[in-house]
Design a binder for this molecule. Structure first.
Ligand SMILES: [Zn+2]
Length: 368
C-alpha cells in the first residue's frame, strides 16, 4: 500500500512539513519547501468522557451504534482518542457496564482506535457534600485488592485511569498494587490532607482529577484542597477549560503555579457534550443543560459534568490565557498522552489521527 502525503504547517514550530501516512500510521515527517496554507496538529485526547452527543455511558445496554455516534461526535469536535469514563455506582453494576463497553469496543476497529482506555471515577471517593459532586455517596466504598484485580481482568492490557480519594482508609495502601497492575492513579473528589496527598504520591499516585471541581463552593481560606494540591509536587492536574467549572482567574492561577507539563485539559463531557441544550441523564440522575452550556442538577447550583466540546475547550483556554490555540493545543493532546503513557501525536510511528486546521480570523476550523 503506497503512502499518502499531507502538507501544512506544524502546529508548534510553524515550519512547513510533509506527513506521510501508511496503513493508518504516520510513517515519516519531513520538512518541505512548498506546502498547503493550513495547519497540522495531532488529534485531541480527552481522559474523561462520561457520554457525548446525546449518549450516556452511565446507563446499561448502550448499543454499539450509539457508542459509534458518540465517538463520531468527538471525532468531529477534534478529539481522536479518549478514555471512556464510568462514574460511581454499585461496584458490581459498574463492572458489568465496563465489561459491556469493553466488548463493544473490542469488536469494532474504529472504536478500538478512539477508545484508548478507561477511566473509572469512583466509587472510592469522598462522600462529603461538595467533594462528592454528583456521585451517589450511598454506594461509595473502600477499595480491596480483589476490586483492583477484577478491574484489570476486565480491561485486559488497556490503559486505565482510576480516580480515588486518598482520605479513604484503604486507598493509599492500595496504590502500589494499582500501579503494579498498570493503572494510572489520580486523586479526586477528595478532601485529603496535605499528608495524605504526599503519601499518595509516595505510593505512586501521579494525578489530580479536574482540579478546582469536585469540591464545595466555600472552603477554608488557609487550608483547602486546591492549595494542598499546589503544595504537593508530583501531581499532574486535569482542568476543565470551559470558563464555568474553573473561573478564568483560577484557570490562569493554575497555569502560573503548576509546571506546564503537569497540566492537561479535559472536557469531563457528559451526554450533553456536543449536543443542544435540554434534559440529559447521567445514569439515574436527570440533568438540565441551559443555553449557557452549564450542566445542573435541577433546582441545585452544583455542576455535574460539562457540555463542552474538546475543540471549544481549546478556543476557551486560549482566550482565557490570551494565547493562540497552538500554544494550548498540547494540554489536550501531548500532555494528556504523556500522562497516560499513550503515543504522542504528530510523530513518526504515532496513529495518523492528526487534524488539518484552518484559521479564520481569531477562530479555527477543523477541516479534516
Ligand atoms: Zn468528577
Amino acid at each position: 500500500m503506497s503512502a499518502q502525503t499531507v502538507t501544512g504547517r506544524h502546529y508548534l514550530t510553524g515550519k512547513t512539513i510533509s506527513v506521510s501516512v501508511e496503513e493508518g500510521i504516520i510513517s515519516a515527517i519531513e520538512d518541505t519547501e512548498d506546502g498547503e496554507d493550513q495547519w497540522l496538529a495531532p488529534g485531541l485526547i480527552d481522559l474523561q468522557i462520561n457520554g457525548y452527543a446525546g449518549v450516556d455511558f452511565q446507563r446499561d445496554g448502550v448499543s454499539a451504534e450509539r457508542l459509534r455516534e458518540a465517538s463520531a461526535g468527538l471525532n468531529r469536535d477534534g478529539c481522536s482518542r479518549w478514555l471512556l469514563t464510568l462514574i460511581t455506582d454499585e461496584w458490581s453494576s459498574l463492572m458489568a457496564r465496563l465489561r459491556h463497553f469493553k466488548a463493544l469496543r473490542d469488536a469494532d476497529e474504529d472504536l478500538r482506535k478512539s477508545i484508548v482506555g478507561w477511566h473509572v471515577e469512583g466509587p472510592f471517593l469522598s462522600p462529603e457534600p461538595g467533594y462528592r459532586g454528583a456521585h451517589p455517596p450511598e454506594v461509595m466504598c473502600d477499595p480491596t485488592p480483589e476490586n483492583l484485580d477484577e478491574l484489570r481482568s476486565i480491561t485486559g492490557d488497556d490503559p486505565v485511569l482510576i480516580t480515588v480519594a486518598s482520605e479513604r482508609s484503604t486507598v493509599n495502601p492500595q496504590i502500589p498494587k494499582a500501579r503494579e497492575l498498570g493503572f494510572v492513579v489520580s486523586i479526586g473528589h477528595s478532601n485529603a490532607s496535605s499528608d495524605e496527598l504526599k503519601d499518595a504520591v509516595a505510593q505512586g499516585a501521579t494525578g489530580f482529577t479536574h482540579l478546582s471541581n469536585g469540591m464545595p463552593q466555600q472552603m477554608d481560606r488557609h487550608d483547602n484542597i486546591v492549595g494542598r494540591v499546589f503544595d504537593t509536587p508530583g501531581l499532574t492536574a486535569g482542568v476543565i477549560p470551559d470558563t464555568i467549572h474553573v473561573s478564568p482567574q483560577m484557570f490562569r492561577m493554575i497555569h502560573k503555579v503548576m509546571p506546564s507539563d503537569a497540566i492537561y485539559y479535559t472536557t469531563d463531557a457528559m451526554s450533553a457534550g456536543g449536543a443542544p441544550p435540554g434534559r440529559y441523564t447521567v445514569g439515574r440522575i436527570e440533568l438540565e443543560v441551559g443555553e449557557d452550556q452549564v450542566v445542573r442538577m435541577p433546582g441545585q447550583t452544583n455542576f455535574a459534568g460539562s457540555a463542552l466540546s474538546p475543540i471549544d475547550g481549546i478556543r476557551r483556554a486560549a482566550k482565557m490565557l490570551g494565547l493562540s490555540w497552538r500554544d494550548v493545543w498540547d494540554y489536550m493532546s501531548g500532555n494528556a498522552a504523556r500522562f497516560m503513557g499513550l503515543p504522542v501525536g504528530l510523530e513518526a510511528g504515532a496513529p495518523a489521527d492528526f487534524r488539518v486546521i484552518e484559521e479564520e480570523g481569531d477562530d479555527i476550523r477543523i477541516c479534516r
